[in-house]
Design a protein around this ligand. Structure first.
Ligand code: PMP
Length: 998
């Protein structure tokens, strides 16, 4: 016999008063309370308020003992707001009462003061508190057990939800019944199999709003009615509270999130629990409507049974409209997990895996227009702007490779007609590309689905399935395509770089600009839901379901920002504040804001291939160097007056790369300073200032260096040749007097040194002098000296006691590929070597290395002190640069890439008459441009046009040489084959364009 077969207890007030006196010795005012199964009466006495609970006559004593024990346990663990059990006069927890021929157990509980939650309208703060309260109930019951909790076949056990499926047919309304049947099917397939692995404990199991007590301010203060207790999955406690707490919430998703977060804050929940709690919440509502429909069919007169049906159905309908994977993600997030299980693994995989370009040329190398509502007016286009297609076409007529982009998570502008709709950011990234642009898969994968769009523009969607090396699946979604690649079939393999389709016409039928929408999904996207928009409030959730698709494009962060200080503004400011003698490269000035490896990025995130920066030898922002620099800067940076390990360590490392007897090192802050010091050492040792330099040489920007740099003193603004400087003939095998590279040419050119020495003798009476030269001429136009030149010169200088200095500022540290130092190419060992630029990879360092003999002579009593030279941060950087050169074999890499480039340049020379000479070694390369190969008339303006054309094309080179007609190519040494090929194709395009123009 069950409680459904017998009527509930129905004692009169005098019978209740008699019970109270007999068993508890109290009397007071009795008020009947509504109840479905038992009879409950409130008793107000002068000493307090109580609830007399007369159990259904079919109630099991063991079950009532469970309730009493649970209440005592919760009281003992300190949970406030629950009824306390009042003992009978006989000291028992319960008494027996007879009524109408039946016998019932009677209990007296303390009255929990307050109102019921059902009587107040719910706020999010209240739901959070409710979650917390239930979390504490779960925490308290975790340490409680009772045999009475194991109630076989208890209808209200949420773990037994499937048992109610047979009642679904009692639901009168067809649509309601169909919905419930669908939910049972889902439960059977996706929920029930997982329920058995959830954590179990004794549960209250009925935190509905008639059992939750609130105070006058609406704060959650208590929980009553422990009559549905049973053993089951702990998360059911939360699921049941959610079913009722969310009933009339205006935003169910926000309500669910809040209550879950409150619960999890007090009682940590597992990933499985977080994923199932929404389905369990719905099942509680389903059980409620099934049981009440069934009961109502049996007891049609009991309207209480139907009280909760209408709001329950209405909530079920509202929940049905939510995307279940979104709700699941919200619950996961609220419980402190990532929104999806795969999010972390997918993102870390996408950050490191190789990606193929979605379109060609790669978007990273192209100018962009930002679409969106954030940013300064005029710099970002409104996505709802009808004129966008026409505007893009117009912009493209000037910059053919321009594309427009609307970033992930960019908030939609509420346009006039839809102003009341909540702004909903797209879950993807929108790209506006010319019609017919071919699209390629960035990753390998399989075709998950491809569909026709449902709008009148008849667009297509492709969803590709990928997986991480550990088998974690994820998806890339491409929507709004104009055409699909014919090879796409569901389940078919797609390699990275395989075509997937083409973009459609830029202008849609509604006049707006068509965009390609790109999306990454870390959950399993149903095709129909492939395109979606996120709710603003749940951004942290959907941005993990659908993380930034820039993971597939790798555009620089600046692509998605509007720079408040564009180049024109900086240029204006610079003209105001910075001296005009400092020039800025290129006709269209570049504002560079970021560097990485061989690339520089401008303020719009556009990537430029840097083919000219020989300072950042081991790559822009080289991680090893940056790390070393930061680590040392964090610990100490000071002058060289104290002992520090790093200075002798770097000196040691440098010396290990140099031939004997070059073994004594001085550190400076720049190449200029190092040349100054080198000359000071030589002049001190010789006690004579006279210096011989090569024509067109450049050795630095100080007054002293300008005095020995014909490239400066002979040209515009120069003060001419000082009397202590002799200019030796520039041994240029291409443009010079002797057009040859061999030993004889070298020896012949060297004879001019004798003339210089004679001139010095005539002036000073002595022939000893300092000779300084770059081992390969940089500023002179990437000129490689003819063989035997330095050997002959050194012999001539040393014959008269002179000193020879090699300026290795540009050509040192392995750039030449076949030698670590330029002087090695000439088979000589200088007396002093000057190091700069690459030694610090952009950090200001210079060094002078000389022989112990010269160092001894230099120590003549005058101190050499340099405030910053040799500081620990610089030393740490210098060491990291050497580590990087050695660890990555950058010298031999430079040789290989340089040889490849040289061969390609030779091919260009065959094609373009403008190229007079190509030369170089490793990554020290030059292309000399001439109008006529016979006369060698320098093609200066053409060289400038080439450089600017390439800049516009995203490749940075510059010119050198006395006539500025030599294209110089000295990229960071991390310049690889792919970069080399890009340089060659940009050069080809530039020559083709300039050739046609001239
Ligand atoms: N020597 C040579 C050969 C150089 O090319 C330069 C700089 N272009 C310098 C010295 C001066 O170096 P810094 O500008 O670092 O002082």
């Amino acid at each position: 016999m069950t409680s459904f077969d017998l009527p509930p207890p129905n004692l009169s007030e005098p019978e209740i008063q008699a019970l109270l006196i007999a068993h508890y010795g109290i009397s007071g005012q009795v008020t009947m309370l509504a109840s479905e199964r038992d009879q409950n009466a409130r008793v107000d006495t002068s000493t307090g308020s109580f609830v007399l609970k007369i159990a259904h006559c079919a109630e099991d004593e063991n079950f009532l003992d469970l309730q009493n024990s649970a209440l005592s346990h919760l009281e003992a663990v300190g949970l406030d707001g629950i009824p306390r059990v009042i003992p009978t006069l006989a000291g028992r927890a319960m008494a027996l009462a007879e009524w109408g021929g039946h016998v019932s157990w009677v209990r007296l509980l303390s009255y929990v003061d307050g109102q019921l939650l059902s009587g107040s309208s719910r706020t999010l703060a209240q739901l959070e508190a409710l979650g917390r309260y239930l979390g504490n109930v779960s925490k308290g019951l975790s340490s409680f057990g009772h045999p009475g909790a194991h109630r076989q076949g208890f209808m209200w056990s949420l773990d037994e939800a499937g048992a109610c499926e047979r009642f679904a047919e009692d639901i009168a309304d067809n649509a309601h019944r169909a919905m419930v049947v669908g939910l049972f099917a889902h439960y059977r397939l996706h929920v029930a199999p997982r329920v058995w692995s959830l954590r179990k404990s004794v549960l209250h199991q009925d935190a509905n709003d008639n059992n939750v007590v609130v105070d006058a301010k609406g704060g959650i203060v208590g929980l009553i009615d422990f009559g549905d207790m049973c053993f089951g999955s702990q998360i059911n406690e939360l699921a049941i509270a959610m079913a009722y707490g969310v009933l009339d919430a205006p935003d169910p998703l926000a309500a669910i999130r809040t209550i879950v977060a409150g619960y999890a804050a007090e009682f940590a929940i597992t990933e499985d629990e977080a994923e199932l709690v929404f389905d369990l919440m719905r099942m509680r509502l389903v059980m409620s409507v099934c049981i009440s429909s069934h009961q109502h069919k049996r007891f049609p007169e009991n309207d209480y049974l139907l009280i909760s049906q209408a709001p329950a159905f209405s909530l079920l309908e509202r929940l049905d409209r939510l995307d279940p994977s979104m709700v699941q993600a919200v619950c996961r997030k609220a419980a402190g997990f990532d929104a999806t299980r795969n999010f972390r693994a997918v993102v870390s995989h996408l950050k490191t895996t190789r990606i193929s370009a979605l379109v060609r040329p790669d978007l990273r190398d192209r100018p962009r227009l930002l679409v969106g509502c954030h940013g300064a007016a005029g710099q970002a286009a409104d996505p709802n702007f009808d004129g966008l297609p026409a505007w893009l076409e117009e912009l493209r007529s000037e910059e053919s490779e321009l594309f427009a982009i609307r970033p992930h998570s960019e908030t939609r502008i509420a346009d006039g007609a839809n102003a009341d709709i909540e702004p909903s950011p797209p879950l993807g990234m929108d790209l506006y590309l010319p019609a017919g642009t071919q699209l390629y898969s960035p990753l390998s994968g399989t075709v998950h689905c491809c569909t026709d769009g449902d709008d009148k523009d008849d667009d297509f969607t492709v969803v590709l399935r990928h997986q991480t090396p550990l088998g974690v699946p994820f998806y890339s979604v491409f929507s709004n395509l104009g055409t699909l690649a014919p090879s796409l079939e569901i389940g078919k393999l797609v390699q990275a770089g395989d075509p997937i389709g083409f973009t459609g016409a830029l202008k849609r039928q509604d006049g707006r600009a068509r965009h390609l929408r790109l999306q990454v999904r870390t959950d399993h996207p149903a095709c129909a839901r492939a395109i979606d928009q996120g709710q603003l409030a749940a951004k942290d959730v959907w941005s993990q379901i659908s993380p930034d698709p820039n993971l597939l494009l790798r555009l620089a962060p600046e692509t998605f920002e509007v720079d408040p200080h564009p180049p024109e503004a900086v240029l204006a400011k610079r003209s105001e504040r910075i001296g005009p003698s400092l020039s800025v490269s290129y006709q269209r000035k570049l504002k560079i804001v970021r560097g990485e490896g061989a690339y520089l990025f401008d303020h719009t995130g556009r990537r430029y291939l840097d083919c000219v920066n020989n300072i950042t030898h081991v790559g822009h922002c080289n991680p090893r160097v940056v790390e070393a620099q930061c680590r040392q800067a964090e610990r100490l940076n000071t002058n060289s007056r104290y002992l520090h390990d790093l200075m002798p360590r770097l000196a040691d490392r440098l010396v290990s790369h140099l031939p004997s007897p070059l073994s004594v090192v001085y550190f400076t802050n720049s190449g200029t300073e190092a040349n100054e010091l080198a000359l000071r050492i030589a002049r001190t040792a010789l006690n004579q200032k006279d210096t011989i330099v090569l024509d067109w040489a450049y050795h630095g920007n100080s007054g002293g260096m300008v005095e020995i740099s014909p490239y400066k003193f002979k040209r515009k603004g120069g003060h001419g040749q000082p009397d202590f400087v002799q200019i030796a003939e520039f041994p240029d095998p291409y443009r010079g007097r002797i057009k040859a590279h061999g030993r004889q040419a070298g020896r012949d050119y060297a004879q001019d040194i004798t003339r210089c020495l004679n001139a010095i003798k005539a002036r000073t009476g002595q022939r000893s002098a300092t000779f300084i030269a770059e081992s390969v001429s940089g500023v002179g136009g990437q000129v490689f000296l003819p063989q035997a030149y330095l050997q002959t010169v050194y012999e001539l200088i040393r014959a008269d006691g002179g000193i020879v200095i090699a300026d290795e500022v540009q050509c040192g540290f392995g750039r030449l590929g076949n030698a670590f130092w330029g002087f090695e190419l000439q088979g000589v060992v200088p007396d002093i070597v000057v190091l700069g630029k690459p030694i610090g990879n952009g950090h200001p360092i210079g060094a002078v290395v000389t022989t112990p003999e010269l160092a001894g002579k230099f120590a003549n009593g005058m101190e050499y002190f340099n405030s910053f030279g040799g500081n620990p941060v610089s030393m740490a950087v210098g060491l990291a640069v050497l580590d990087e050169i050695e660890a990555r074999n950058l010298q031999s890499e430079a040789l290989a890439t340089g040889s490849h480039l040289l061969a390609a340049f030779k091919e260009l020379k065959e094609r373009f008459a403008l190229i007079g000479d190509v030369r170089g070694s490793g990554l020290f390369l030059g292309i000399e441009l001439v109008r006529e190969r016979q006369t060698l008339e320098p093609a200066t303006s053409e060289a400038s046009a080439i450089v600017n054309h390439m800049r516009d094309n995203g490749v940075l080179i510059s010119t050198d040489g006395p006539h500025d007609n030599v294209l110089k190519i000295k990229p960071p040494m991390v310049f690889a084959r792919a970069e080399a090929d890009r340089l060659v194709s940009a050069l080809g395009a530039a020559f083709a364009a300039i050739g046609q123009a001239s």
